[in-house]
Design a protein around this ligand. Structure first.
Ligand code: ATR
Length: 259
């Protein structure tokens, strides 16, 4: 039986095992997917000593930590400097990135066309590079980034050719994406006022619970989108990379995340 894992900290609430085990079952693959809580210092040792594992998903806060412990990176992992999927193959530890695909695909579902659009990114954490690359792939050339700690936004802006805006200021945008961790705790508020904005897309990378960022603008004529489809698509891509089968995102799979 092949073994798969998701590593992170915290990890207890990860829904990856539920989803991957459902797909393993459904596709009659003899495998098992588990979760493992690690600390930063233990990640390298764990990857090196676990050659019995066939694949690993990596979640917060290790998507950058694992870069140094992979023996190879795919092009997507390299350009994003972010790994969420690891493939173990013939002594090699290959770091890959399926978050880019996940985010991109979720917007393709909306027939989103990035031409002449402005994206406004809130936050400068680990997921932002994947979001930026996906937006670029969708044709978005104008990306504004704002982060509480400005120098982190400036570093990303330099790397990916973005415009930095002061935290607290709301710029003109077509789509705003919350990439901060604010909202993971129910009721958490960014303290930004979007109440006058109409006919725009509000995207929150967080998919549970429904964030105040989305609740506040719901019903004002804006399109709102949580991180559920991004999560499903990145998982689908990881599954495909490991097993060579593209699992189905059907109602049952979606409902696994709602329980
Ligand atoms: P990491 O930085 O380790 O990748 P992350 O969870 O991916 O962590 O990113 C957290 C993001 O949420 C950061 O952009 C962080 O802003 P800072 O860089 O200023 O820390 C942002 N964030 C967290 N709490 C916040 C808050 N209360 N208000 C605004 N932004 C917040």
């Amino acid at each position: 039986m092949k073994k798969y894992l998701v590593i992170g900290n915290p990890i207890e609430h990860s829904l990856s095992p539920k989803l991957h085990n459902y797909w393993l079952n459904k596709n009659k693959i003899d495998g098992n997917y588990d979760k493992k809580l690690l600390t930063d210092e233990k990640v390298g040792e764990f990857l090196k000593s676990n050659q019995k594992i066939s694949g690993i998903n990596v979640t917060v806060p290790f998507k950058k930590t694992v870069l140094n412990h992979c023996t190879e990176l795919t092009e997507l992992a390299s350009i994003s400097q972010s790994v969420n999927t690891i493939i173990f193959s013939n002594e090699k530890i290959i770091g890959d990135n399926t978050d880019i695909y996940g985010f991109e695909q979720s917007l393709k579902d909306l027939n989103f066309d990035g031409l002449n659009k402005t994206a406004f990114i809130l936050g400068a954490g680990g997921v932002v590079s994947s979001v930026v690359i996906a937006l670029n792939n969708l044709g978005v050339k104008n990306i504004v980034i704002s982060n509480r700690t400005k120098n982190k936004a400036e570093a990303l802006a330099k790397e990916y050719n973005l415009v930095v805006s002061d935290w607290g200021k709301i710029v003109d945008f077509d789509i705003v994406i919350n990439c901060t961790s604010v909202g993971l705790k129910q009721g958490d508020s960014l303290g930004l006022d979007f109440s006058k904005v109409r006919d725009k897309i509000f995207y929150d990378i967080i998919y549970k619970p429904k964030t105040k960022f989305l609740i506040d603008v719901e019903g004002l004529g804006n399109k709102i989108l949580d991180g559920k489809m991004m999560f499903l698509y990145q998982a689908q891509k990881s599954f495909e990379v490991w097993h060579g089968i593209k699992p189905e995102i059907n109602e049952e799979a979606i409902n696994l995340l709602n329980d």
